[in-house]
Design a protein. Structure first.
Length: 439
């Protein structure tokens, strides 16, 4: 059953009190009980009914349909029809124990030894302010007609080699889509030319990349953006800022933080989040700055950045306070986080957007999920799973990424609407056609 307003369909009955309880239980700071319970309970269940009984029990306890938020009669509802997985139960891989923590940790370890190998061709792109990013292109063996292209944005200090990104790219390539990954400043061995690195609030680099890619592809080729974590936030913020001016056809957001203020508070509320996530991500940023890029050389003579102070950063907020806010002119970290959040821009989004988020994401809190903003925009389809962690969404014994299959379905749905003439390749095509008809 859907609870609806005048035109809004918001599916909430897929989450029971059990789901909310489990999502909170899985956030308990000491996961030892999970291991102990597994050691005690699983052998008993196996002896009673074998592996098939275990599977049925696990499915009964953990498989849930995503909670869907969208407007009836809008573009989001049309595209939902192309995504059957969104209306069926998502069943997490049994040995991740229905835990967002475990799914997130698995994703962080999903490196070159596990993820599919993707062959890229690199293109360096000069930015308007003198900076540099790189575009890694991959071509499918059997391209779809019109060569639809997927622009992918990685998460914080990631690259085209990130395991989760390669899994999604591999599925999209198999489906016939061309893929291009935007490596942010300094990421993926991209040289740093200026004393400026990536920022969650800075969308001009993405805008330059879209402009360049659109010029290379031409006006008639569908171009769909997919962002992960911080990349998802940058993508939606850019699309919202540009509104009808964007030349993207559609966009997909996976594990978006939405509100950086809420994420910062969430990362500091318990020892687990401070040590496992906040501190580890902070260390990762420091390693990126000093070991994975040539950034220190560019910041040697910066008037307000103390490189040694940056090196001593323990948490993400330390790094942002000592580097990012100075580079982009913010008075403090709070001001930067407010400006970085994409939620205020969701009402302005003028192209189809799919947002995939997990209720138990230990990095991006569920309290930041913008249900009401998504309800108000007929272009936005919000899918919230009961579990999945941060860019996890594992399913099956082979740990396939459910979100990758959903992304392929959605992209195919976008192409179908473009072919039917229901959806323009981008708004500028519609404006040009209107002007031509008038003349």
């Amino acid at each position: 059953m859907a609870t609806a307003g005048t035109a809004v369909a918001r599916f909430t009955n897929t989450f029971t009190k059990y789901d909310i309880l489990v999502s909170h239980v899985m956030f308990i700071d000491d996961p030892t009980w999970l291991i102990a319970a597994s050691i005690l309970v699983l052998p008993i269940l196996y002896s009673c009914g074998g592996s098939s009984a275990l599977f049925r029990l696990h499915y009964m306890l953990t498989a849930r349909c995503p909670s869907l938020t969208y407007q009836r009669g809008g573009m989001a509802e049309r595209l939902l029809r192309a995504c059957p997985r969104l209306e069926k139960p998502y069943h997490p891989t049994w040995f991740v124990f229905n835990s967002g923590h475990i799914q997130t940790i698995v994703t962080s370890q999903n490196d070159a030894a596990i993820a599919p190998r993707i062959t890229y061709e690199r293109e360096l792109l000069d930015l308007c302010d003198g900076g540099l990013v790189s575009l890694d292109w991959a071509t499918p063996k059997t391209p779809l007609r019109a060569s639809p292209t997927i622009l992918m944005l990685h998460g914080i200090s990631g690259s085209s080699q990130a395991g989760y990104l390669r899994v999604h790219a591999d599925r999209l390539l198999d489906a016939g889509f061309r893929v291009v990954v935007l490596n942010a400043r300094g990421c993926g061995k991209t040289p740093v030319r200026t004393p400026k690195l990536f920022s969650a609030a800075h969308t001009d680099d993405l805008r330059d990349a879209i402009r360049h890619i659109r010029a290379r592809l031409g006006a008639s080729v569908p171009l769909i953006g997919i962002g992960f974590s911080m990349g998802a936030n940058i993508l939606l913020k850019c699309v919202g800022e540009d509104a009808t001016e964007t030349t993207l056809t559609a966009a997909i957001s996976v594990s978006n933080p939405y509100c950086f203020t809420s994420t910062y508070q969430h990362m500091t509320y318990s020892w687990l989040h401070r040590i496992v996530y906040n501190a580890e991500l902070g260390k990762g940023l420091v390693r990126f700055f000093f070991e994975a890029s040539n950034a220190p050389k560019q910041f040697e003579n910066h008037p307000t950045v103390d490189i040694q102070h940056v090196r001593e950063s323990k948490y993400i907020s330390d790094y942002d306070n000592r580097l990012t806010r100075h580079v982009y002119g913010y008075n403090n970290v709070s001001e930067y986080y407010r400006d970085a959040s994409c939620t205020p821009y969701i009402p302005r989004i003028a192209i189809p957007v799919l947002c995939v988020t997990a209720l138990d994401d230990p990095v991006c809190p569920y309290v930041a999920i913008p249900y009401h903003d998504c309800e108000a925009n007929p272009n936005v389809l919000l899918a919230v799973t009961h579990t999945g962690g941060h860019i996890g969404f594992y399913t099956g014994s082979k740990m396939d990424m459910w979100s990758a299959d959903v992304a392929v379905d959605y992209c195919k749905g976008v192409l179908q609407l473009v072919d039917e003439g229901v959806l323009p390749v981008h708004s500028k095509v519609t404006e040009a056609a209107t002007a031509a008809a008038a003349n």
